[in-house]
Design a protein around this ligand. Structure first.
Ligand SMILES: Nc1ncnc2c1ncn2[C@@H]1O[C@H](COP(=O)(O)OP(=O)(O)OP(=O)(O)O)[C@@H](O)[C@H]1O
Length: 628
């Protein structure tokens, strides 16, 4: 799809607006006898009851209805986000919808604008262009498309502004702008005016109408529009109790209700009147209205004598032959198999490595701009390392205080565990919402996101533990051996990577409130079975498996062996008698005499992989769940 240059034009209401990029193909959406049921068996609940309807290209459609009527459910089904428990047909230009291709050609703009607050508008738009247009479009062309979209959405002045500083209306326009980069043919918007003042709502709806005029099919749910706002919609679809009580032009709503002896009082907002009827305030008239419009099978049109017109769901089939793009939307074509192979390749515009590179650059930029958190993490490692150095001053080579040193080795790993895990837990649930929005709009694959996320964090999981350990190691007078320091550092970095993976897993699975409790609570048993509090051989056999699956045990064991293993010479003794001058004897005291350092590293690496895979599976499940 090529974007055409825009130029200024005057809209019907006289305000100066832009002419939008026209779409080269138009897609009309139709649905027949749509049912949606949640739950199973006795708990099954029917939300939508055999609804039908037709939303045409070039029109701005509003789905209206009281709270709980089923607006969002209907839109999610039409957008292809909900597929479970759905019966009935959804058609595109008269042919069965092919979901994968349909999703590629449509964009879904959620009610809340989940955006990365540390990026500027320009940076966000450029990342969107790289991901949504791929490598086939030159950088120059991408910049011109971005400029075009930003001009038409009135975002030119905000290019250098961080998202955190944008107004609510600007955020909404940016959410729309990001999806317009690849010129989608169908736009779904969930309550785009919620949280906006009347002037911003008006601007937003005017913008949507102009987008529809450029050939797009624009469908939006909306709450309580004012009569001025209502006039901007071309097509109204009113839902009440999971059925359609009106479908047709805005101007025909009052005449239709009049035919059912429901007279809208003068100077009354027709939308409010329709909402009152839908809520049952005018008695049991709903079934009459639903039957009158045949539950959306008909479109009411006012002509000299009011008539009911059947919505046209079919197009001339010759249309497909002219346009390859539309051909992809037809799930019933002869060469479906060939198309499907092609579709697989076409799911994401950018190749995998470009997706990873763009996401990596974007994640680094956001981490870098998250100055407060990054500085706090840095300061925490330095301050705690100095505190530990002072508390355990020169205990490393004194057999008289050897137990203190074991405590220090244990605490080092404990600190690294929490320092790496907690920042991820508090930041990831918010980032997850951005992932859901962008992934569902086909910006990138989950694999690319997950790989970029893992890679982006690695430098921090190396630099911070290294700074911490260097300070502690020197201040506490641990053995002056590069090999031993290197081994202890390797264990500490592995621990940091595992901890960050746990943060990601828990952050992916739970909300912040739950995650901040779950993660430390789950860590406790692993700490108890680390071999520090209870010797490994003293653990009852029926519980010893917990020690085997305790990542912390491997971190503690590795630290001890790196410090006291490998034939360490006898330690100095600051008192007349020191029981543990021989390091091997001390290791045996902890049942670590035969323990292998390398097995500890392998154990931690296995945990690293398992936890990362578990995090990926949880995220995949979450994304599927959003769709269902
Ligand atoms: N997964 C689900 N499980 C159980 N009930 C559901 C589920 N999804 C939707 N519902 C129910 O279906 C009904 C319609 O929900 P929906 O979100 O579509 O309404 P809505 O018209 O968009 O409401 P609002 O304007 O308040 O957002 C509600 O009663 C809701 O509780």
């Amino acid at each position: 799809m090529e974007a055409e240059p825009s130029s200024s034009a005057s809209s019907s209401d006289g305000t100066k607006t832009q002419k939008y990029n026209k779409v080269t193909t138009t897609l009309d959406l139709g649905f027949r006898d749509l049912c949606f049921t949640t739950g199973k068996g006795e708990k099954a609940k029917r939300i939508l009851h055999k609804m039908s309807g037709a939303f045409k290209s070039g029109q701005l459609t509003a789905i209206l209805g009281p709270s709980g009527a089923g607006k969002t459910s209907l839109m999610n089904i039409l957008a292809g986000l909900k597929t479970c428990g759905v019966e009935g047909r959804v058609q595109v230009n008269g042919a069965e919808r092919d979901l994968k291709n349909f999703r590629k050609r449509s964009a879904y703009i959620t009610q809340k604008d989940h955006l990365l607050s540390n990026l500027t508008v320009d940076e966000y738009m450029l990342a969107a262009a790289h991901l949504k247009l791929g490598n086939g479009v030159s950088n120059k062309k991408k910049k011109s498309i971005i400029e075009n979209v930003m001009t038409t959405l009135g975002l030119n002045e905000t290019g250098q502004t961080r998202i955190s500083c944008l107004s609510g209306g600007e955020c909404k326009r940016l959410s729309i702008a990001l999806e317009l980069v690849n010129n989608p043919t169908i736009l779904f918007l969930d309550e785009p005016t919620s949280g906006l003042d009347s002037s911003s709502s008006f601007q937003c709806v005017s913008l949507l109408r102009d987008l529809a005029r450029s050939g797009r099919t624009v469908v939006t749910t909306i709450h309580q529009p004012s009569s001025r706002l209502l006039e901007h919609f071309d097509h109204l679809y009113i839902v009440a109790g999971g059925s359609c009580m009106y479908q047709g032009p805005v101007q025909s709503l009052v005449p239709y209700l009049h035919t059912m002896n429901l007279n809208c009082p003068s100077y009354h907002n027709p939308a409010d009147f329709a909402m009152d009827i839908a809520s049952g305030e005018y008695g049991d008239v709903l079934s009459r209205l639903v039957t009158g419009i045949e539950n959306g099978r008909l479109i009411y049109q006012e002509s000299p004598t009011p008539t009911l017109a059947s919505p046209s769901l079919s197009h001339d089939t010759g249309f497909y032959d002219e346009d390859e793009d539309v051909n992809m939307l037809d799930g019933n074509k002869k060469n479906k198999k060939k198309d499907q192979t092609q579709n697989e390749r076409l799911i994401y515009a950018a190749p995998f490595h470009t997706q990873v590179a763009v996401l990596l650059a974007r994640t680094w930029r956001t981490i870098w701009r998250e100055k407060m958190l990054t500085m706090l993490r840095f300061a925490a490692h330095i301050v705690v390392s100095i505190l530990m150095g002072m508390l355990y001053w020169r205990v490393g080579d004194d057999a008289a205080v050897i137990y203190n040193n074991a405590g220090l080795l244990f605490f080092n790993q404990l600190f690294i565990l929490f320092a790496a895990m907690m920042p991820t837990i508090v930041t990831f649930p918010l980032e997850r919402k951005v992932l859901v929005r962008e992934h569902l709009n086909h910006w990138y694959s989950l694999k690319a996101y997950y790989l970029a996320k893992t890679l982006a964090d690695i430098p921090f999981q190396i630099v911070f533990p290294t700074l911490y350990l260097m300070t502690v190691y020197l201040m506490t007078n641990q053995p002056m051996s590069i090999e031993r320091f290197g081994m202890l550092l390797a264990i500490t970095i592995c621990m940091s990577l595992v901890a960050q993976g746990i943060g990601l897993l828990v952050g992916a699975a739970f909300s912040i409130q739950v995650a901040v409790f779950v993660a430390p609570a789950c860590a406790i048993p692993f700490l108890l079975f680390s071999g520090f509090f209870v010797n490994l051989n003293s653990i009852p056999p029926y519980m010893s498996w917990i020690a085997d699956v305790s990542f912390f045990r491997y971190a503690f064991q590795g630290s001890m062996v790196a410090t006291y293993g490998f034939d360490r010479p006898p330690l100095a003794c600051s008192q007349a008698y020191c029981h543990f001058r021989y390091a091997q004897k001390f290791l045996e005291q902890f049942d670590l005499g035969q323990s292998s350092y390398y097995m500890s590293v392998v154990g931690l690496l296995i945990f690293f992989i398992l936890i990362r895979v578990a995090g990926y599976v949880v995220l995949r499940f979450k994304l599927r769940h959003v769709r269902n």
